[in-house]
Design a protein around this ligand. Structure first.
Ligand code: ATP
Ligand SMILES: O=c1ccn([C@@H]2O[C@H](COP(=O)(O)O)[C@@H](O)[C@H]2O)c(=O)[nH]1
Length: 240
């Protein structure tokens, strides 16, 4: 009897911050974060090395601050701090679920989390620890999708998995256009030229240049992460 093997040895998982709210209006819903972590536990049991970037949309986005008159860079630093909070909550939930998580921050806040040091992150992954990259890229005017692309390339991940609120990339935002249809695959060039809002163009361009594929799938669909990791048909593949 042959046992199916995972399609990837090392993945960069981008978790939606906004999805963390669950049915709440704001913040971190306990049942939701536990559910997300349980899905991650399943793929670590397959021997897959997992690095995570989590967004901050459940707490704060720089564009929101900017739109009400705040200095945009200051608002973006607040957004980055929001991702640190989500990362701490995620790490804590992972540790309670039996994983060993390490949170590394792109901005210096050593009393709270250790700084991002690439060789250290690689060492943790090789040791089977889950590494959570907090504070995005450490720079304003970027997003955590771009941080996922950047860290994914740096750690030699074979794929970036964007676990989000929709089940793939559509011809238009499916939350606004009910006639939108889902792609099973799409090239980076097409995604960029059609200005598809599922991810920002910087993240797409970085992954395209590094030949790092992206899989977009629903974080709300039970077992979807494992199916993606096993190479099964799920979500949308964005390829170079
Ligand atoms: N062409 C498209 N296909 C699919 N979704 C799209 C498209 N255009 C826009 N979207 C929207 O993009 C959203 C996902 O991206 P977004 O960056 O807002 O969320 P996230 O990454 O899940 O959250 P966070 O930034 O908090 O981590 C979807 O919920 C969907 O409504
Ligand atoms: O590299 C980065 C990453 C993020 N930010 C700010 O944080 C928020 C939250 O991230 P999302 O990707 O939107 O979930 C984002 O809106 C930015 O304000 C950043 O400045 N740099």
């Amino acid at each position: 009897m042959t046992t199916a093997k995972p399609a990837y040895k090392r993945i960069l998982l981008k978790l939606s911050g906004e999805a963390l709210m669950g049915d709440d209006q704001f913040g971190i819903n306990r049942d939701t974060i536990v559910r997300m972590v349980n899905e991650i536990v399943e793929v670590t049991r397959l021997g897959v090395e997992v690095a995570v970037v989590i967004g901050g949309g459940n707490i704060f986005r720089g564009v929101a601050g900017g739109s009400v008159g705040m200095d945009r860079a200051t608002a973006d630093y607040m957004g980055m701090l929001a991702t640190v909070m989500n990362s701490l909550a995620l790490g804590d939930t992972m540790n309670k679920a039996g994983l060993t998580a390490r949170v590394m921050s792109a901005i210096g806040i050593e009393q709270v989390v250790e700084p991002y040091v690439r060789p250290k992150a690689l060492q943790y992954l090789e040791e089977g620890k889950v590494v959570i990259f907090a504070a995005g890229t450490g720079n304003p005017f970027f997003t955590t999708d771009t941080a996922a692309a950047l860290r994914g390339a740096e750690i030699g991940a074979e794929i970036v998995l964007k676990a989000t609120k929709v089940d793939g990339v559509y011809t238009a935002d499916p939350k606004k256009d009910p006639t939108a249809t889902r792609y099973s695959t799409i090239s980076f060039d097409n995604a960029i030229s059609q200005n598809l809002g599922i991810m920002d163009a910087t993240a797409f361009a970085l992954c395209r240049d590094q030949k790092l594929p992206i899989k977009v799938f629903s974080i709300f669909k039970h077992g979807a992460l494992k199916r993606v990791v096993m190479g099964e048909d799920e979500g949308t593949l964005v390829f170079a």
